[in-house]
Design a protein around this ligand. Structure first.
Ligand code: ATP
Ligand code: MG
Length: 662
C-alpha cells in the first residue's frame, strides 16, 4: 500500500499534493481550467483509500456528466482504488430513491420518469389557455426547470422571476399558472421529472430518519467536481447527505459557470470557506492541459470578465511545450466552414491524430447537423455527444426490449455477437447497410454501438469493475449481456464509439481533446441572440472560455460570414481578442454572389473551388474551372464566362468565370 500511495503522489505538483494529503474536513480547490483539479481530487480519493484512512465504499464522488463519472472511475481503477461510487447527482439520487422507494411508498409502484417534459408542458399550457408551439413549450420547460432547481414553488414563481436577471418567456403570472398545471398533470399521471427525483431523494433523507441514517452511514466522504455549476436543489441534496458533517471536498472554477440558466450559481463555491470554518482552500495556476498559445488566448478571453469570477481569477500559467498559434478563419458561409473543418479532420487523422482525440464544438445543437453531413461526406467517423442520453434513445430502448425478448428464442450455443446482430436484424436494422447521413444514420450508429459493446463484452467479460461488484468472471450469454446493459443503464455508462466528437460547448466541460475546432464563432451565434442581459452575456463569454480550454495541442476558430450564402455578413464573436485573421480562398462548391472581387488578389491562377490550375490568370478574375460542377445560372454564365473550345467534344466549355465590379 505504501508503494501504491507513493505512486499516487508522484505526478502531482506541490499544491496538488496539499489537496491530496489534506486531513478530513472541508477542502476547496479554486482554480482555472486545465490546472488538474479533477486529477487532484481523483488522487485524493485514491490516496485516502489506499492508505486505509477511509473505505472506498463510504465515498460518494459527484461529477457533472455520466462520461466524467465513468472517467473518474477509470482513473481511480488505474490508480489501484476500486469500489468508489462516482456518479452524477441524478444517477446518485435515482439509485437512492429506487433503493428506499419500496419502504416509503408502502407497496405503491415507483413513478416513472417523464419521457418528454416539453410535451407535458405543452399540455399544461393549453389547460391554462397559454398558446405554446414546440419552441415556446421548450422555453417554458427550461424556465420551469430553472424554478424547480432554484427551489421556487409555483406560488413563489412570479416574485422570484422578477428578482432574477432573467427574461421570463411569458408574463410571470402566466408562467406560474403553467407551472402549477404541469405539477398537477404529472401527479395525476403518476410520473416525475428529473427535479422531482432529486426532491424525492431529499425528502426521503430529511423526512424519514431511518432512511437518512442508512444513507448517511453508507456515504461519509463526499467529493464534488465542477462545483461552480451546482444549483440550489443539488446543494440541498448534498446538505441532506452530509447531515451536518463536513468531510467534503469541492473543486470548481467560477469562470466556467455555464449552467446558470438552469439555476446553477458559483456563489456556493465562492462562499464555501466562509460557510465552513477551518476549510482548507487551495489555488492552482499551472495549466497542464494546453499549449502556452491556447492558455494565452484563454487568459485573454476571460480577462475582461465581470461578475463572481473576476474576484477570484488567477492567470493561468502554461506548462506545456509551445504549439501553433490559434487563428480565426472566416468563410463565406456555414457550409464552406463545415466542409473545411471536415477536410482538416481528415488531414489530422491521416497525420496520425486518433479521431477520438478530435472535437468539433458548437454553441447550439442545431449546428450539429451541418457538421454531421460534412463529416459523413468526407468519410470521417464521428459521434454526437450528449451520449449520456444514449440509453434514452427510442431505438436503443426498443433494441434492448428486442434483445430481452430474443433470449428465449436464441439457441444457447449461439455466439453472443451473432445473437445480438440477429436480434437487431429482426427489428429492421441491417449491419451491412449504414445509411449515408441524417437521423446522423444516427440511429444506425446507436445500434452499431450496441453491437460493438457486445463484441467488447464477448472478448473481455470482466470489462472494468464498477461499484462493489469487483472484477468477477461473467458468462458470455445473451442474457448475461442484457444484465450488463441493465447495469450500464443504471450507471448511465454509455458506450464510447471511436470517432470525432461533435458536441455542444455545454456538454464539453471537464473534457479535453488534442485537437479542438470551435466553430460558428460569430456574434449572434456566440453570444447567442437570446443573451440580452449583461449577466447572460457574461455567461456566453465563459462558454467561450470553456471551449478554448478544451484544446490540448491545436485549436481552430472559425465562422461563416453568412448562414446560407446570402444575407448580411456577420461579425466575429465579440469576446475574441484580436487574432490573426485568415479568410481562406477555398469554397464549398457554391459561389458567393454577394461578394465583390478583391482587387488585391488580382493574380488568380487556380480554381477557387477545386484548386486546379487555370490558364490565363488575368486581372480581377475569380477562376472556376470546367471540371467543377457548375451551379451557376445561365445568365451569369453568359455574362461572365470566357469560353474555350473543347476540341475533343467539338463544344465550347466555360474556362473560367469572371466577376467584375460592374
Ligand atoms: P477543467 O477545469 O477543464 O475541468 P481540470 O482543472 O479538472 O480542468 P484536469 O482535467 O484534472 O484539469 O487536468 C488537465 C490535464 O492536465 C489532464 O490531462 C491531466 O492529466 C493533466 N495534469 C494535471 N495535473 C498534472 C500534473 N501535475 N502533471 C502532469 N499533467 C497533469
Ligand atoms: Mg475538471
Amino acid at each position: 500500500p505504501d508503494v501504491l500511495s507513493d505512486a499516487v503522489l508522484a505526478g502531482l505538483d506541490p499544491e496538488q499534493r496539499t489537496v491530496v494529503t489534506a486531513p478530513a474536513g472541508p477542502v476547496c480547490i479554486l482554480a482555472g481550467a486545465g490546472t488538474g483539479k479533477t486529477r487532484a481530487i481523483t488522487h485524493r480519493i485514491a490516496y485516502r483509500t489506499l492508505t486505509g484512512e477511509i473505505s472506498p465504499r463510504h465515498v460518494l464522488a459527484v461529477t457533472f456528466t455520466a462520461r466524467a463519472a465513468a472517467e473518474m472511475r477509470a482513473r481511480l481503477g488505474a490508480l489501484g482504488a476500486t469500489g468508489v461510487q462516482a456518479r452524477t447527482f441524478h444517477a446518485a439520487a435515482l439509485r437512492q430513491v429506487r433503493y428506499f422507494a419500496p419502504r416509503l411508498l408502502e407497496g405503491r409502484a415507483m413513478p416513472e420518469l417523464l419521457e418528454s417534459k416539453a410535451r407535458m408542458i405543452g399540455l399544461a399550457a393549453a389547460r391554462v389557455g397559454v398558446r405554446a408551439d414546440r419552441a415556446a413549450a421548450r422555453d417554458l420547460a427550461s424556465e420551469i426547470e430553472w424554478a424547480k432547481s432554484s427551489l421556487v414553488e409555483p406560488g413563489e414563481y412570479a416574485v422570484a422571476a422578477t428578482k432574477g436577471h432573467r427574461e421570463p418567456p411569458h408574463e410571470p403570472a402566466k408562467v406560474a399558472e403553467v407551472f402549477a398545471a404541469y405539477e398537477t398533470l404529472k401527479r395525476r399521471q403518476g410520473v416525475i421529472d428529473f427535479e422531482d427525483m432529486l426532491r424525492a431523494a431529499v425528502w426521503g433523507i430529511e423526512e424519514h430518519p431511518d432512511v437518512g441514517e442508512e444513507i448517511r452511514s453508507q456515504y461519509r466522504h463526499f467529493v464534488v467536481d465542477e462545483y461552480q455549476d451546482v444549483n440550489p436543489l443539488q446543494q440541498r441534496l448534498l446538505d441532506a447527505w452530509l447531515g451536518g458533517r463536513d468531510d467534503l471536498t469541492v473543486v470548481g472554477d467560477a469562470s466556467q459557470t455555464i449552467y446558470s440558466f438552469t439555476g446553477a450559481t458559483s456563489s456556493y463555491l465562492i462562499d464555501f470557506a466562509r460557510q465552513r470554518p477551518g476549510a482548507v482552500v487551495i489555488r492552482l495556476v499551472r495549466d497542464y492541459r494546453s499549449t502556452p498559445q491556447v492558455v494565452g488566448l484563454a487568459n485573454a478571453v476571460i480577462r475582461q470578465a465581470r461578475g463572481n469570477e473576476a474576484r477570484l481569477r488567477l492567470e493561468l500559467v502554461g506548462q506545456r511545450p509551445s504549439g501553433a498559434e490559434p487563428e480565426l478563419k472566416i468563410f463565406p458561409d456555414e457550409a464552406g466552414e463545415a466542409a473545411a473543418v471536415a477536410r482538416r479532420c481528415r488531414e489530422l487523422i491521416a497525420g496520425g491524430t486518433p479521431a477520438s482525440e478530435i472535437a468539433v464544438l458548437f454553441r447550439i445543437n442545431a449546428q450539429s447537423e451541418t457538421y454531421e453531413e460534412a463529416l459523413a461526406e468526407a468519410e470521417v467517423p464521428y459521434l454526437v455527444r450528449g451520449a449520456e442520453r444514449f440509453f434514452e434513445r427510442p431505438e436503443v430502448r426498443q433494441a434492448m426490449i428486442a434483445l430481452r425478448a430474443a433470449v428465449r428464442s436464441t439457441p444457447g450455443e449461439t455466439p453472443l455477437v451473432q445473437a445480438v446482430v440477429e436480434a437487431l436484424a429482426a427489428t429492421g436494422w441491417a449491419r451491412e447497410q449504414p445509411p449515408a447521413g441524417g437521423a446522423a444514420r444516427e440511429q444506425w450508429e446507436a445500434l452499431a454501438a450496441l453491437v460493438t459493446l457486445a463484441e467488447e463484452y464477448a472478448k473481455a467479460p470482466t470489462l472494468e469493475p464498477i461499484g462493489q461488484a469487483g472484477a468477477v468472471q461473467r458468462d458470455v450469454t445473451l442474457s448475461a449481456f442484457n444484465d450488463e446493459l441493465a447495469r450500464r443503464v443504471e450507471q448511465q455508462h454509455a458506450p464510447t464509439v471511436a470517432g470525432v466528437t461533435l458536441a455542444s460547448l455545454h456538454s464539453a466541460k471537464g473534457l479535453e481533446w488534442d485537437a479542438v475546432f470551435l466553430v460558428g464563432l460569430a456574434d449572434g451565434t456566440l453570444p447567442t441572440t437570446y443573451a440580452k442581459t449583461p449577466e447572460q452575456l457574461e455567461e456566453e463569454r465563459r462558454l467561450l472560455y470553456v471551449g478554448v480550454t478544451r484544446a490540448r495541442e491545436w485549436l481552430w476558430l472559425s465562422y461563416g460570414q453568412t448562414r446560407s450564402g446570402s444575407g448580411r455578413a456577420r461579425r466575429p464573436c465579440r469576446f475574441l481578442p484580436q487574432l490573426e485573421r485568415n479568410s481562406p480562398t477555398e469554397r464549398a462548391g457554391s459561389l458567393d454572389r454577394s461578394r465583390k472581387p478583391d482587387r488585391r488578389r488580382s493574380q488568380v491562377s487556380s480554381c477557387r473551388i477545386c484548386g486546379t490550375t487555370l490558364l490565363g490568370g488575368a486581372d480581377r478574375k475569380m477562376g472556376r474551372c470546367p471540371t467543377c460542377p457548375s451551379d451557376l445560372d445561365q445568365d451569369l454564365l453568359d455574362r461572365f464566362t470566357t469560353w474555350r473550345a473543347d476540341t475533343a467534344a467539338g463544344l465550347k466549355v466555360p474556362a473560367y468565370v469572371v466577376f467584375t465590379d460592374a
